[in-house]
Design a protein around this ligand. Structure first.
Ligand SMILES: NC(=O)c1ccc[n+]([C@@H]2O[C@H](COP(=O)([O-])OP(=O)(O)OC[C@H]3O[C@@H](n4cnc5c(N)ncnc54)[C@H](OP(=O)(O)O)[C@@H]3O)[C@@H](O)[C@H]2O)c1
Length: 257
């Protein structure tokens, strides 16, 4: 029996891990009905790779303007997506967009903290709030009990650097206070969301992609985008209700809080 076609939305899809997710989703997630590739400036030069992919797959990839720090763009994106998915709803949201500010404790300013919190924690929260009716529609349309990314799910891309437990050893290696704390806030938002979403049959799970060679991860990263995304998609495909509120890495291992 073939599975139902699924629809997916990815934020920060114009470069790095987000762009690789778009590429691999197209290759491996079958059947895929619509892939909403969101970025801040769909027409701009930073989205050239995504524009080329969208040109090749016009029936599947829809480029959508979404700035994680601007609620009006998130609201507008939800309307656009809603008009395209109809009663089937939206199956999967990947909150991938984020920013890292490299400031150690004594140099971190309130402005830097606010910027990171707005993008990395508040943005994903608002995305869930604005898209909830589309996720609920997908969960209802799926018509089977249990939870999965094919049914209705939110994946929030977190990081191992959000973990309190490893901070004593890892802080000096990566002194990014605004980033670490905003991702720790994202984790708490995700767990609270997972409890709220559970009652509608919607999964909410956090993934750490590994230390990846992207603009954010730098050239010293341990793995490339292909390996990271291949692993994360494998993990996403294996998630069930057992993983509601969990923080896992790209290999499927639990990350300590
Ligand atoms: N790379 C790693 O080693 C690593 C490790 C752990 C976790 N992560 C996480 O993995 C995810 C992807 O990281 P990456 O390495 O691919 O980073 P990246 O190469 O720096 O890409 C970041 C993406 O986020 C977008 N973005 C930033 N601020 C935004 C905003 N306000 N609204 C919408 N989009 C925004 C960027 O868009 P613009 O082009 O418009 O700036 C870009 O598409 C992030 O959540 C990151 O925290 C990465």
């Amino acid at each position: 029996m073939t599975s139902k076609p699924m629809s997916v939305l990815i934020t920060g899809a114009n470069r790095g891990l987000g762009l690789e997710m778009v590429k691999q989703m197209l290759e491996t997630q079958r059947p895929l009905s619509l892939l909403f590739a969101c970025c801040r400036d769909p027409e701009g030069p930073k989205a050239e790779g995504l524009q080329a992919l969208a040109k090749e797959h016009p029936d599947i990839i829809k480029m959508i303007c979404l700035d994680a720090t601007d609620r009006s763009t998130i609201k507008k994106a939800a309307h656009q997506v809603g008009s395209m998915v109809g009663k089937s709803g939206l199956n999967l949201i990947i909150n991938n967009a984020a920013m890292a500010i490299h400031s150690p404790f004594f140099e971190s300013t309130p402005e830097e903290m606010h910027k990171c919190f707005d993008t990395n924690a508040v943005g994903p929260m608002v995305v869930i709030q604005e898209f909830i009716s589309l996720l609920r529609a997908a969960a209802e349309d799926f018509g089977k009990p249990g939870m999965s990314c094919r049914k209705a799910a939110v994946i929030n891309i977190s990081t191992i650097f959000s973990s309190n437990e490893i901070t004593k050893e890892s802080y000096k290696m990566f002194t990014v206070l605004p980033y670490r704390t905003s991702k720790a806030a994202l984790n708490m938002i995700s767990v609270c969301a997972s409890v709220e979403l559970q009652k509608y049959g919607i999964l909410c799970t956090m993934l750490h992609p590994g230390w990846v060679r992207t603009d954010m991860g730098g050239s010293e990263g341990e793995i490339d985008v292909h390996e990271s995304v291949e692993g994360m998609l494998r993990v996403m495909n294996s998630l069930t209700e057992k993983h509601s509120g969990a923080l896992l890495n790209w290999k499927g291992e639990t990350v300590p809080w």
